[in-house]
Design a binder for this molecule. Structure first.
Ligand code: ATP
Length: 566
């Protein structure tokens, strides 16, 4: 397929705001897409060139992109920057640059989808000395061959900001509409969950679309666990009181809610893999957990799930998550970290044992199986502390015990629930000691004053509106960070700048912060309609992506529960 055909699709998707219309347009496009390019196209329409489980990154920030555009179009760096500032979008900036460039375009050759896709993938393989120049050349080559509209989307794909509004739900529904003809509403719902389920296991809508096209619903239903690959996980819903759950479900399986790193342990013979809830492979960072899994998991092949905690060797209490998080992205001195920050794994679920899938098995029976296959080592690799009862008083006591042991709270799980990916009512609930903090996404920042001009010191924080898919500002936050944390934030945000005006920058939404505050007030100054009063930094939520940040509804309900709104 020619890339111009895909660019036309992007442009149509960008023009229509309606989700339904977008789904229709995309479904029709997928039906007609050549089979051998379907996987690539499904990734590209999500603005990606690697599936969700891949660790490859293109590593191109706006500065490098501006240089590449200047090189490709012959316009000065200053003039490219001007256009960027004017439009606030590098895609529109490159489009204008190409339209106004003086160089001949006669020798242009047609770009194919595969050519663009492969070259974009290549960007992630360019590392080491001189990599900046080589990346720039590769991007410039693509821009030179592109028409203005093609360049708009190539550039946006590279900087990770496609702006055509194709959220995961739209991709999922388009695949259903394109390849799975249903006779009734029930059947359509069944197909939609089959597509979502397959995606939860494969983490790649490209692969899911291919299976749907070639093997239909039967093929999708056959998708099983893939040992060695990460998967989505089951999440909890916050409740205010224990009774909220016991009243509805009676007996619950209550467990300590440990504040650590969720770890999915996959074992096949001598091989073990560890994944986080965000599908990151952390096997290399935690050789201690790999060793424990080898010793303590009795099944030849299995997938189990638990929470890894950092433990203070002197007190035996859990270390704050920030301390453990030093190990999560560590690439060197791993053995030193193993000694400095020892971990404890608390297991709470099992998804597969020796080829048998446990997703459809009820939690109470999954627990029995977990019991069977784990040979615990106390304090190191053990079953999560649990209590099974319908008695709120006993649960209250258990809850206080958890908090006294410096754990985060309790998880309350419904004994006959199956393992369902994502956050669903009726499966598992959480109750925490501190309810008020919010997890918000950084969408902008400002450069500091005086000695801090090279640091981004104030952050625009936003909540999520699941209906519109937008991130809505709740104000600026600048206190509570140490010098180290300001530096870390600056380093991370600098790479994600997508727009710059004076001291203000807009950034790609990537970082989620846990934010404390004194109260929430209604406000006309911010898009969310709310402002946090005295917001302060608590920690970076490395375990969360923007799609998991707190919602507008949660901000609203917390503002009410504090009685300060209005
Ligand atoms: P929070 O912000 O409260 O940590 P979350 O959005 O990260 O919540 P939830 O699914 O709502 O995730 O809460 C469950 C999280 O708590 C899991 O991702 C897991 O890492 C952790 N956890 C700790 N102990 C347990 C447990 N016993 N069972 C399930 N999850 C647990």
């Amino acid at each position: 397929m020619e890339y111009s055909t895909l660019a036309e699709l992007y442009s149509r998707l960008e023009e229509v705001p309606s989700k339904l219309k977008k789904t229709e347009i995309l479904a029709e496009f997928l039906v007609n897409a050549p089979s051998n390019e379907l996987e690539k196209i499904v990734l590209l329409v999500q603005g990606k060139v690697f599936p969700g489980h891949s660790e490859n990154e293109l590593g191109v920030a706006s500065q490098m992109m501006m240089k590449s555009i200047s090189k490709a179009t012959g316009l000065s760096a200053h003039s490219v920057e001007d256009k960027f500032k004017k439009t606030g979008d590098l895609g529109l900036a490159v489009e204008e640059c190409i339209k106004s460039r003086k160089q001949s375009t006669l020798l242009k050759r047609k770009l194919s989808v595969s050519h663009v896709f492969e070259n974009l993938q290549k960007l992630s393989t360019i590392t080491g000395s001189g990599s900046q120049d080589r990346k720039q050349s590769l991007i410039s080559e693509l821009i030179v061959s592109a028409s203005p509209i093609e360049a708009r989307y190539i550039v946006r794909t590279i900087i990770g900001d496609l702006r055509v509004g194709t959220a995961e739900g739209i991709i999922r529904d388009s695949i259903v509409k394109a390849f799975l003809k249903s006779e009734s509403k029930e059947e359509k719902n069944q197909f939609t969950s089959a597509v979502e389920n397959a995606w939860s296991l494969l983490n790649d809508y490209g692969e899911v679309a291919k299976i749907a096209k070639e093997h239909g619903i039967k093929g999708l239903e056959k998708v099983g666990v893939q040992l060695g690959k990460p998967m989505q996980v089951m999440l909890g819903i916050a409740v205010e009181k224990i009774e909220d759950v016991t009243k509805e479900f009676g007996k619950v399986i209550a467990e300590y809610k440990y504040d650590g790193m969720r770890v999915i342990i996959e074992k096949k013979g001598n091989k073990t893999w560890l994944f986080t809830r965000r599908q990151e492979d952390v096997t290399k960072q935690f050789p201690d957990i790999v060793d424990l899994a080898k010793k303590c998991l009795k099944a030849d092949e299995c997938i189990v799930e638990g929470e890894a905690l950092g433990i203070d060797a002197k007190t035996g209490y859990p270390l704050p998550f920030q301390t453990l998080s030093q190990r999560v992205h560590r690439k060197y001195d791993i053995e030193k970290m193993v000694k400095e920050i020892p971990v404890q794994v608390n297991l709470f679920d099992v998804m597969s044992v020796n080829g048998k899938s446990f997703f459809e098995v009820q939690l109470k029976d999954r627990k029995k199986e977990l019991n069977k296959i784990v040979k615990p080592i106390k304090g190191k690799f053990q079953l999560a502390k649990a209590l099974v009862t319908d008695n709120p008083k006993e649960l209250e006591k258990f809850y206080r015990e958890a908090l006294a042991g410096k754990q985060e709270g309790l998880m309350l799980k419904v004994p006959d629930s199956t393992y369902t990916f994502g956050r669903h009512v009726g499966t598992m609930y959480k109750i925490k000691g501190v309810m008020e903090n919010l997890d918000l996404v950084v969408i902008g920042a400002t450069w500091g004053e005086g000695s801090r001009t090279s640091w981004l010191t104030s952050y625009e924080i936003a909540c999520r509106d699941p209906n519109s898919g937008k991130l809505l500002s709740c104000g600026m936050m600048s206190t509570g960070l140490s010098e180290e944390e300001y530096k870390q934030m600056t380093e991370s945000l600098r790479k994600s700048i997508i727009e710059e005006k004076g001291k203000m920058v807009k950034v790609k939404p990537k970082i989620v912060l846990e934010v404390g505050y004194q109260e929430i007030q209604k406000s006309v100054n911010y898009e969310s309609g709310f402002a946090l009063r005295f917001p302060r930094f608590v920690r970076i939520r490395e375990d969360k992506g923007p799609e998991e940040a707190d919602t507008l509804d949660r901000v609203k309900s917390l503002s009410k529960s504090h009685g300060k709104a209005g």
